[in-house]
Write a protein that binds this ligand. Structure first.
Ligand SMILES: [Zn+2]
Length: 167
């Protein structure tokens, strides 16, 4: 993970100290504290006709891996809005939130560190499947052909989808 060495506000060399019970970097000049918080990510477990829409990641982390469309929540956006925006950007299709699946903590050792993943079950509505600039590919998977790690992570959702008429 990339780290601040200098204050991003006033460019003074940061110092290490115990602040609010944790070792943190802080600026001795302007009181900036380098808090480390998980980055919020919205993720769409997107489904149509009991098939899952996955993207092949075009950027690190886990470049080249098949995963659900996801991305960082922007300022001023709700997690639901971010979820549907990322779905649209990465696959070209629009969707409708069905429900919150859950909130997961994932540690990305490549770039971002701790991430807070807010996963929604999304019903795919309209649009043509067109992989976005940041993905290598996008396609629907039958439940039987889902990658093992994906089936494990979203086991409960897969069961639910198999048993529900709306999908
Ligand atoms: Zn400063």
């Amino acid at each position: 993970m990339k780290e601040y060495n200098y204050c991003p506000i006033c460019a003074t060399l940061l110092q290490m100290g115990t602040l609010e019970g944790r070792e943190r970097k802080y600026c001795p000049k302007c009181d900036f504290v380098d808090y480390k918080n998980p980055l919020p990510v919205a993720l769409a477990v997107a489904v149509k006709d009991k098939r899952f829409l996955l993207i092949k990641r075009g950027l690190p982390p886990v470049k080249g891996m098949w995963a659900s469309p996801s991305g960082f929540i922007e300022i001023g956006e709700t997690s639901e809005e971010a979820c549907l925006r990322e779905l649209k950007e990465e696959t070209g299709v629009s969707g409708e939130i069905v429900k919150l699946i859950g909130v997961l903590r994932i540690e990305d050792k490549e770039i971002y560190g701790d991430m807070l993943i807010i996963a929604y079950l999304v019903k795919v509505k309209d649009g043509e499947l067109t992989p976005g600039d940041e993905v290598e590919d996008a396609r629907f998977f039958d439940i039987a052909e889902l990658p093992g790690y994906y089936s494990l992570l979203f086991k409960d959702s897969i069961e639910e989808i198999q048993n529900q008429e709306i999908f």
